[in-house]
Design a protein around this ligand. Structure first.
Ligand code: 0RA
Length: 635
């Protein structure tokens, strides 16, 4: 129940509790960040997290989310139900206060770890204010109770419904089209938010029903342990998932970790169910604890001195998949910046470091076989790093990687401003020649790429810079590689992969994207990587030539032919086009189609690459055939 002062002196705090919703309608961005798709989806997670809090408090076990065909969303839980009794002084029900007053919700929470109070904790009333209509149903005290609102204003008092058994809360709302620039729900975004929460709160069951009536269930008994196992699901692993947990009055921490035979580090961190993409003190603590436990064990089993002397934190994290989840009472959470993506609570660092250090010491003692495999991997990482440095130093001494002598195969452009320059990475020398004839040499450079390039999915740097084709590419780009990457020195801000539209072509494109993703990720993060989409068909209608980039377009053009004689040619590769055609269809900025390579979700991309580039060849073949045109690949 709301805490209510028995005297009649109101403090500023009490007044704030009773503030209405006008400010929310006036300046929605102040409350939900933005009024675009992101802000829209905050409405849903806000209501969802109120139910998650009820589960965290130990009172709800299941949450149902339904995207209704009329675009409204219903979220229901089997918790205690929002209190409906009347406030003794104002005569307003607690439910109505929650739904119509700013911050009223926080007043009667009794959980220490509230999700909803965390990052965007604005309360259900904000959602109400920004909804065309909203309806709450509460099952409590043996009755159903219901209240409806329009743009945050009650249509009437809370109505008592029929007698029932059981308890819970269901909120249904329709976002206001006048407020949001879009009111279209993104099912994938919603599914991701729900899956994330399901992984973090072991044993809480989520159901999501799509507008077509199909329901998916998300339930993970193992919490973050299941999350780590899921990320590594298609990989060779070195140990079983290690799970560590510790609670104190002020903080609770859980860590799950497992090594795979790759070289990528994938560590997710969370505070009160909110992802912290920029890490912070909990992540730092994790790294400190891990490095300490591994170097201690390395000493104990007597690794060679040259390894012991040079193990770095980074070496201990090659091929590591981990999740760190800390819970801190809402009122003491500190974030480093306004965007709240980096945890700043100093106590989290030592707490997690100690948990990981002690926990791993014990684990290694009890599981010497797994410990040996992990230590072998770390040793390999250390040695490879030393070898890569030696190899790179040798090449650097010759000045090669710095671009002082550009590769002979590169046809450079004359423009020196990187932001105006493009480089086409073209499959094969013959298409490279055509591209040279088709380009605008002022700002378009051409680098032919041989048919076979190294699969860099699991290659260390020392191997990569010995591979001629990739060395040429690194030199042409000018930004270096590995820990000496300097993205400011990149010579082109558009790097365009141009391959044949067939399975071989997409394999080469995939190898190149893998190389960038694993070894020059800044290029993808900055949005510099593109795929050129050459046409699939040339259609000659009388004197006119048209190009089609997919079957649908081809059919459309043929339909419009109106009895004219149409000559259809299917392009099997870039080589079948002459320079003019290649320019018109694929290289002229006025008429070409480029697809930008972006990576929204590192885990998902990681899995795509594992599938594409891993050792499971039949699986890879199937995948490449399915996604040959990158059509629905999330990259
Ligand atoms: C405060 C007190 C009580 C329940 C809730 C909040 C509550 C809020 C929400 C929001 C969504 N689902 C919810 N379920 C419960 C109950 C206090 C009591 O019964 O003693």
């Amino acid at each position: 129940m709301p805490t209510q002062k028995s005297t009649s002196t109101y403090t500023a705090k009490d007044i704030q509790v009773l503030e209405g919703l006008e400010p929310v309608r006036k300046r929605p961005g102040m409350f939900i960040g933005s009024t675009d798709a992101r802000g829209l989806h905050h409405l849903l997670t806000e209501i969802l997290d109120n139910s998650v809090d009820e589960a965290l408090a130990g009172h709800a076990t299941e949450i149902w989310t339904v995207i209704n065909p009329d675009n409204s969303v219903s979220i229901k839980d089997n918790g205690r139900g929002i209190p409906v009794d009347k406030h003794p002084k104002t005569g307003t029900s607690a439910l109505e206060l929650t739904m119509t007053k700013l911050h009223a919700g926080g007043k009667f929470g009794d959980t220490a770890y509230k999700v909803s109070g965390g990052l965007h904790g604005v309360g259900a009333s904000v959602v109400n204010a920004l909804s065309e209509w909203l309806e709450v149903e509460v099952w409590r005290d043996n009755f159903a109770w219901i209240q409806r609102y329009k743009k945050g204003k009650p249509e009437g008092p809370v109505k008592k419904g029929e007698a029932i058994t059981g308890t819970g809360t269901k909120t249904t709302f329709l976002p206001d089209k006048e407020v949001f620039t879009t009111t279209e729900w993104n099912l994938k975004t919603i599914e991701d938010s729900i899956r994330n929460r399901a992984y973090l709160i072991a044993g809480l069951k989520f159901n999501l029903t799509h507008p077509d009536g199909i329901t998916k269930t998300f339930y993970f008994e193992g919490g973050i342990k299941s999350l780590v196992a899921h990320i590594n699901r298609d990989k060779e692993t070195l140990n079983s998932v290690i799970y560590l947990k510790k609670d104190s009055e002020a903080i609770s921490a859980e860590v799950a970790l497992q090594y795979n035979d790759g070289i990528q580090e994938l560590v997710d961190s969370f505070v009160n169910v909110i992802k912290t993409p920029d890490g912070g003190t909990h992540l730092t603590g994790f790294r400190i604890g891990l490095t300490r436990a591994i170097t201690d064990y390395a000493k104990k089993i007597g690794l060679p001195k040259e390894v012991l002397d040079s193990i770095t934190g980074e070496d201990t994290r090659e091929g590591l998949t981990a999740a760190i989840f800390v819970k801190i009472p809402t009122n003491s959470i500190q974030f480093e910046s306004q965007t709240k993506t980096k945890l700043n609570n100093p106590e989290a660092q030592g707490f997690v470091a100690q948990l990981v250090n002690q926990g791993l010491n014990t684990y290694f003692e009890e599981n010497p076989g797994e410990a040996r495999r992990v230590l072998e991997k770390v040793t390999l990482a250390t040695r490879a790093r030393l070898a890569a440095r030696a190899a790179k130093d040798a090449v650097l001494r010759k000045g090669a990687l710095e671009g002082s002598s550009l590769p002979g195969k590169l046809s450079d452009c004359s423009e020196k401003d990187a932001s105006l320059s493009e480089i086409y990475l073209v499959e094969g020398d013959s298409a490279g020649g055509t591209a040279k004839g088709a380009r605008d040499r002022r700002y378009q450079a051409i680098l032919p790429i041989g048919g076979k390039i190294l699969n860099t999915e699991r290659a260390h740097l020392d191997k990569i810079i010995k591979f001629e084709e990739l060395k040429d590419l690194i030199i042409a780009l000018g930004a270096g590689i590995g820990d000496s990457t300097n993205i400011d020195k990149l010579r082109y801000h558009r790097i365009i992969i141009m391959t044949d539209a067939d399975v071989d072509g997409s394999h080469i494109a995939t190898l190149l994207i893998t190389f960038f993703y694993r070894h020059l990720p800044q290029i993808i993060q900055n949005g510099y990587l593109y795929i050129a989409l050459p046409p699939l068909y040339k259609i000659q209608l009388g004197k006119e030539i048209k190009y089609a980039y997919n079957d649908e377009e081809k059919d459309g053009i043929l339909k419009l032919a109106n009895g004219q004689r149409a000559v259809l040619q299917r392009y099997k590769g870039l080589g079948e086009m002459n320079a003019d055609q290649l320019r018109d269809t694929t290289m002229d900025p006025e008429t070409r189609t480029l697809k930008q390579v972006t990576i929204d979700n590192a885990e998902e991309a990681d899995n795509v690459f594992t599938t594409l580039m891993g050792e499971d060849v039949p699986q890879r073949k199937k995948f490449i055939q399915t996604y040959a045109q990158f059509a629905s690949l999330d990259i």
